[in-house]
Design a binder for this molecule. Structure first.
Ligand code: MSP
Length: 593
């Protein structure tokens, strides 16, 4: 039953319902264990996938592992196992990580699966057929550790920008005519201002592509090791690991079965082009330059958007296996559950910026927002419902609590009650805007603002005082309003913390899945429904007990200062950080010799 006249505008964003929404994480390298950086990409992608499912869109959420390349081959040799056995073990760890984080992926692809090999081979052949591939030779500096080629100008004191040793190498290689795509790419960026987000990443990409002389042709095969997908017609070569890896986005949605014109002959192919590739900014160039160039050259549609998020740092340095400063998400999940970690990562730093991880900030953020703001409000409401309403949702403005669900009568709700519910509707609209513009932190803030409004409302309306005065009609109106506001808040929270939302639903007695959708903002909870026994939904994290979970144990005094040591957001600088990053220079943007 409607409460507000303007409700329809609340659901405006449902206009896109039925539009397939294909969202991907990067596929993770299996040459190292999962760490917090990987967890971050996965959770952000999951939050968006869950949001779009709630909005009614047919969602396809893909994640997986990137299993070829020289580094994997070397790691396997060092471990004394076959590359496949090595990849099997580490891929499983990534699968366990995404499961432990509560990711709702529809598919987990591995580049060693035959469905992928077939699709990557098909993409190669499409590029070859369009005259985009030629055999040449690469001559230049090569770092075995980085699995990367460097130009003379990139070297610093005779070493790779990463500090790795380099050797002069000459290798026969297939090249992709990337140089032909400079102008078409610039035109695409121009015509689609949202293709690369955030703005900083877009500007950096445009500057790179538009540099004097344009793009250089790209080496897309290697012949000095064998752990990869053989080049069609010349098995002495394997495909360059990035061409192989990027093709996963197509392999997983049935590209191999789709006809070459790209029509929908495979059932999943309707999901191409991807709606959003979520990536870290270190792999921007691969996704925003090489990938669209490959697709354009193969005559395939381009993804609608690529979003490059920032990095988690530890003591100011990017968390990475090579630096050795990584945090294990599984340990954090084991210690606190998945929700505190999910909530912290989504709410603490603006999506697109870097942030320094601190255990104290982690605990304080969760305690302040979830344990205090949302948790306390929920418990107060649940306790009052037991005390005054026999554990049932009351009918506003009546003395008796219905024993069976019955239609809502809104006529007794006061303006102040309606204002709180209206604020929830406005929050839904705001959250939709934040989710579509990928402002994940603001999405979380919008929800917490509602819980603060709810806390102010309960303090002002003081149902306990009304009860003492015998004014149960008003007690019931206030409690009804709070149950409904909390139900809406829980729905908004679900994409961020699915378990927490489930606990809130249980507390509020919201068992019908239809009442857990955005659309159900228009169908308020029925008076007479029963609610759960009061229980702490978000038990506080004991900041003193964090010592075993990570390197830095917060002092109780610092912890008592309450949130002072939060993650420090900083706007990542693509250029300077990029130069320092191995992966970025891992880019063999090679010049044909
Ligand atoms: N295999 C490639 C991706 C191929 S996609 C066709 C790769 N893998 S990765 O395992 O190294 O990184 C995967 C993702 O984790 C990237 O988006 C990367 O930015 C992200 N992170 C790795 N370390 C990170 C942080 N310290 N902080 C945040 N995310 C970071 O690249």
């Amino acid at each position: 039953m409607p409460i507000h006249e303007n409700r329809s505008s609340v659901l405006d964003f449902h206009a896109n319902a039925n539009k397939p929404y294909y969202i991907t994480t990067p596929i993770y390298y299996v040459n190292g264990q999962p760490h917090l950086g990987h967890a971050y990409t996965s959770v952000a992608t999951d939050m968006l996938a869950r949001f779009h499912r709630k909005a009614g869109h047919p969602v396809h959420f893909l994640t997986g592992t990137d299993e070829h390349g020289q580094k994997v081959q070397q790691a396997a040799e060092a471990a004394g196992v076959s590359p496949q056995a090595y990849a099997d073990t580490v891929s499983l760890q990534f699968r366990e990580m995404v499961n432990a984080l509560g990711c709702s992926h529809d598919d987990f692809i591995r580049t060693t699966e035959s469905r992928h090999k077939i699709a990557a081979t098909k993409l190669w052949k499409a590029l070859e057929a369009s005259g985009q591939i030629y055999l040449g030779a690469y001559e230049g500096w090569y770092s075995v550790r980085d699995e990367a080629f460097y130009s003379e100008t990139e070297l610093i004191d005779g070493k790779a920008p990463t500090g790795a040793e380099v050797i002069w190498m000459k290798e026969e290689s297939y090249f992709f005519r990337l140089s032909q795509w400079t102008q078409p790419l610039l035109a695409h960026y121009e015509r689609h201002p949202d293709f690369i987000c955030p703005k900083g990443s877009r500007n950096e990409t445009i500057a790179f592509v538009g540099q004097e002389g344009g793009l250089k042709d790209l080496s897309i095969s290697r012949s000095t090791f064998s752990w990869g997908i053989p080049v069609p017609g010349n098995p002495q070569h394997v495909m360059y690991v990035w061409l192989d890896a990027l093709a996963n986005y197509l392999s997983a949605v049935g590209y191999a079965a789709a006809d070459t014109a790209g029509s929908d002959s495979g059932s999943l192919y309707k999901f191409w082009p991807a709606s959003l590739h979520v990536i870290g900014k270190d792999i921007l160039r691969f996704h925003c330059i090489y990938w669209p160039a490959f697709l354009l050259a193969a005559g395939l549609p381009l993804p609608r958007r690529v979003f490059a998020h920032g990095w988690w740092t530890k003591d100011g340095q990017k968390m990475s296996k090579s630096v050795g400063n990584v945090l294990d998400p599984m340990q954090l999940v084991a210690a606190h559950g998945k929700d505190p970690l999910r909530y912290f990562m989504m709410s603490e730093i603006p999506f697109g910026s870097n942030g320094d991880f601190s255990h104290l900030a982690f605990a304080n953020r969760y305690n302040a927002d979830l344990a205090n703001d949302v948790g306390n409000l929920t418990q107060r409401v649940a306790t009052l419902l037991q005390k005054h309403c026999h554990g049932r949702v009351p009918q506003p403005g009546t003395r008796e609590v219905p024993l069976q669900p019955e239609a809502l009568d809104v006529s007794k709700l006061l303006r102040t009650d309606l204002e709180l519910l209206q604020a929830c509707d406005t929050a839904l609209q705001a959250c939709a805007t934040h989710a579509t513009s990928l402002n994940l932190k603001q999405y979380c803030e919008t929800i917490i603002d509602i819980s603060r409004l709810g806390n102010r409302y309960i303090d002002t309306e003081a149902p306990w005082t009304q009860a003492k005065a015998g004014n149960f009609e008003r007690v019931h109106s206030v409690l009804y309003t709070l149950v409904e506001a909390l139900r809406r808040l829980s729905i908004l929270l679900e994409p961020v913390i699915p378990d927490g939302a489930a606990a809130l639903y249980a507390q509020l007695g919201v068992t019908d899945p239809m009442q857990q959708t955005f659309a159900s903002f228009a169908t308020p909870v029925l008076p007479g429904s029963s609610v759960g026994i009061p229980a702490p939904v978000f038990p506080r994290i004991d900041v003193g007990g964090l010592a075993g979970v990570g390197a830095e144990a917060p002092s109780t005094a610092a912890a008592a200062a309450g949130g002072a040591a939060g993650a420090k957001p900083s706007t990542g600088n693509f250029k300077s950080t990029q130069q320092k990053q191995k992966k970025d220079s891992h880019n063999p943007a090679l010049v044909a010799s």
